[in-house]
Design a protein around this ligand. Structure first.
Ligand code: ADP
Length: 749
């Protein structure tokens, strides 16, 4: 009968009876259960008041749960469950391999007790094949001593139990060693596979719970202050203890056992949380807690906390093994960090390479946007990636890829200065949101976003667009992401500008073809008709002269167009060589006015010229300068209504002006007309190739928009500047400033 009292005398005289009594208690192979059953039997059935077992571990002894309150008190004085050194009666018993009796339990344990009862005890070693794997400690009855027969009985029990206890101790030790080896080998295998830090930590915590049967294992990586968790993972075999939850545990670890370990920079343990009320375990059922700082070469990065359901579980040996594991983990984390950095650098390079390919493939803007978004998501696993491009007053979403729900679609617009992309693009500054509270009215691209990073492409002066990434986790984007996006935005600015320029050139080419077809066909048709009339002979000969003159004008017009085209492209290709010679600007002005006099007369336009006699001779390409002047004056006549005035002036400006790019004086020509003027937004554009005032394009059949482009090339080739001033309806004044010192005077414009 398991709980029936046993006859102590019969046990002593009848070995078979004793063996039979012990049989059931000795059945378990698991050490804790075996010791518990033996203690239970000695206490409950053999009538010993207080009983405990100590397991020999390295230089120390570790006590398992004792039976009987007095023994528990006596054997767990301030020395704790685990005695790092053997001393006193304990040491003697182990050394002599025989029972040692002593006056007080705490002296037996060799510890300086502050509490516990002052009764004696017997320390009985469990000897098996000359070695001692455990000791049995039994308290003397209060105020008395154990009878010699009782001690003999204990010795017989110890002798019978020794083989089973020894093999259970060996098995447990082997299992623990194997468990550590297993975790370490898993760790090295995973380290070779170069995982991220979260995976590594998670694996170790899981291993500790599954293989070492700890209740709770957690690793918290903290910031430099050691107070704030940066990355944390845990595994647990039990629910969270009261007051602890999935959100708060990392901070609690850092503030509790972790703080002690970090402060001392060495492992910190609590043998029994029931005896140390200020220690807060994370999991239900925990008795022992161990916290170890994780770091390399004094550089602490976090804390490993392990909790076990048995009191006094973390013996010195266990702590040393755990410290080895912690060191290995620190190395693995360091490796993972280095690997992650290399991986990132590698991905940066690949991305840069991809950008170079995108640039060389001459893709259109939308294709570039799609490629960039795809690359960014594939390589860096951002949950949502988007690219916006600027238009005059807004930004347009040109590509988006997301693993999360989206509220936005390609084509969506944000006003410049509003929202994330609109603001970042306009200001040329980064928008970073780390939590949903900071998001405010800056809308994300979909629901449940907590972090957002939006980096401008281009600058406030030259806005091109913005790159945007989003995540459902708070604080998901750091310095690294910002640097990555900025580098990409920088590369993209050039690529996109190139693509936009290419698109513009293609547009121009199409416009040019259309225009040439249009502008050459009209005069060609006129010439063809004239020739047809002359050949047909149905016109009198005196008309023929007039018809030929008309054809000549058409041919001049076509020649003018073709030579403007050729000249502009020669300037663009850098092929135009100026034929410089000393010349007086006023002479060229007079020649132009003379040449255009018939046009002025035909429109009854009064042309006044006020030319400064102080202008010195200058180095000029006379032919080009004259074509340039003819263009400007010709435009003035063309746009001035019948009967209105045009005035032309030349003057000497001796001091340089801020907007000129040369040192010294200039010859300044102004051509003022009384036409309808030029709106401010066209003041730059009309000097570009094919640049025309939009509303007038259709009206003028022979307007190519090449004249002023050529003028600008000519003026700039001479080191000068051409610009227009016009306030709407009061006509326009074109200014041409040429440096007196000649083309060489100009520094880079
Ligand atoms: P084009 O060679 O076709 O005359 P330009 O390059 O000389 O073209 O001029 C470009 C455009 O600038 C014209 O189509 C016209 O819209 C505008 N423009 C040029 N000069 C004047 C002027 N004096 N007054 C008003 N508009 C002008």
């Amino acid at each position: 009968m398991p709980n029936e009292p046993v006859d102590q005398h019969r046990c002593l005289s009848d070995p078979a009876y004793l063996a039979d009594t012990l049989r059931e208690a000795l059945a378990p192979i698991e050490l804790d259960l075996l010791l518990w059953r033996l203690a239970e039997l000695l206490h409950q059935r053999l009538g010993f008041d207080c009983v405990a077992f100590g397991v020999v571990e390295g230089p120390g002894v570790s006590f398992r749960e004792a039976h009987g309150t007095r023994a528990a008190c006596a054997l767990r004085p301030s020395g704790g469950w685990h005695l790092p050194e053997r001393a006193g009666a304990l040491a003697r018993a182990l050394e002599r391999r025989e029972t040692v009796r002593c006056g007080a339990a705490r002296r037996a344990a060799g510890a300086e007790a502050e509490r516990g009862e002052d009764s004696g005890c017997a320390v009985v070693p469990l000897v098996h094949q000359q070695s001692v794997a455990a000791v049995l400690v039994v308290g003397e009855p209060a105020g008395g001593r154990l009878a010699p027969e009782a001690v003999r009985l204990l010795e017989q029990v110890a002798a019978l139990a020794a083989p089973c206890v020894t093999s259970a101790v060996r098995l447990e030790q082997a299992q623990r060693r194997a468990a550590y080896l297993q975790i370490e080998s898993d760790l090295s295998r995973l380290t070779m596979a170069s995982p991220d830090r979260g995976q590594l930590i998670g694996m170790v915590c899981r291993g500790l719970v599954d293989r070492l049967r700890v209740t709770f294992a957690a690793l918290v990586i903290c910031d430099e202050t050691g107070r704030f968790p940066v990355l944390a993972r845990y595994a647990s075999a039990a629910p969270f203890a009261e007051g602890v939850d999935a959100e708060s545990w990392p901070a609690r670890v850092l503030a509790g056992a972790g703080a002690a370990a970090l402060a001392e920079q060495s492992p910190w343990r609590c043998d029994d949380v029931r005896e140390q009320a200020d220690v807060q375990p994370m999991a239900v059922g925990t008795r022992s807690v161990l916290a170890l700082p994780i770091g390399l070469l004094g550089d602490v990065m976090g804390v490993l906390e392990v909790e076990h359901p048995a009191a006094g579980y973390f013996t010195d040996l266990e702590r040393a093994r755990m410290a080895d594991l912690a060191l290995m983990l620190a190395e693995a984390l360091d490796h993972a960090e280095i690997f992650a950095q290399q991986q990132r650098r590698w991905q940066h390079l690949l991305l840069a390479n991809e950008m170079a390919r995108v640039a060389s493939e001459r893709l259109d803007v939308d294709e570039i946007a799609r490629r960039v978004v795809r690359e960014l998501q594939d390589r860096f696993r951002y949950p949502t990636v988007a690219l916006w491009l600027a238009e005059p007053s807004q930004v347009v979403l040109r590509a988006v890829q997301s693993q999360l729900a989206l509220d936005a679609a390609v084509g969506q617009r944000e006003r410049l200065g509003e929202g994330c992309a609109g603001w970042a693009t306009q200001q040329g500054r980064v928008v970073r949101v780390d939590g949903v509270d900071e998001l405010g009215d800056r809308r994300a691209l979909g629901p449940e976003r907590q972090s957002l990073l939006c980096v401008p492409i281009g600058s406030a002066e030259w806005p091109i667009g913005a790159l945007q990434i989003e995540s459902p986790e708070p604080g998901a984007f750091g310095e690294d992401d910002e640097l990555l996006l900025e580098a990409l935005a920088h590369a993209l600015a050039g690529v996109l500008a190139g693509a936009q320029a290419l698109a513009r050139t293609q547009q121009l080419r199409e416009d040019l073809t259309r225009m040439i077809v249009h502008d050459l066909r009209n005069p060609l048709q006129a010439v063809q008709m004239t020739l047809g009339c002359l050949l047909g002979g149905d016109r009198p000969p005196n008309d023929a002269r007039e018809l030929l003159r008309e054809s000549g004008r058409c041919i001049d017009e076509m020649l003018e167009l073709v030579s403007s085209l050729l000249d502009v492209s020669r300037f663009e290709d850098g092929q135009m060589r100026l034929r410089l010679a000393p010349a007086v600007l006023n002479d060229h002005l007079r020649a132009v006015v003379r040449r255009l006099a018939p046009l002025a007369r035909a429109k009854s336009v009064q042309v006044t010229t006020v030319l400064s006699s102080q202008l010195p001779a200058m180095q000029l390409d006379g032919e080009l300068v004259e074509r340039m002047l003819a263009n400007v004056v010709g435009n003035a006549l063309k746009f001035t209504p019948e009967g209105s005035p045009v005035s032309i002036q030349s003057e000497l400006v001796e001091l340089p002006r801020a907007e000129w790019s040369w040192v010294g004086g200039a010859a300044l020509i102004s051509v003022r007309d009384s036409g309808e003027g030029i709106p401010a937004q066209y003041h730059e554009k009309i000097f570009e190739k094919f640049g025309q005032v939009e509303s007038r394009k259709a009206g003028l059949t022979t307007s190519t928009g090449l004249g002023l482009a050529l003028c600008r090339y000519v003026v700039e080739a001479h080191g000068g500047r051409i610009w227009v001033e016009s306030t709407g309806s009061e006509g326009s004044t074109f200014f041409i400033a040429l440096p007196l010192a000649g083309p060489g005077a100009a520094s880079t414009p």
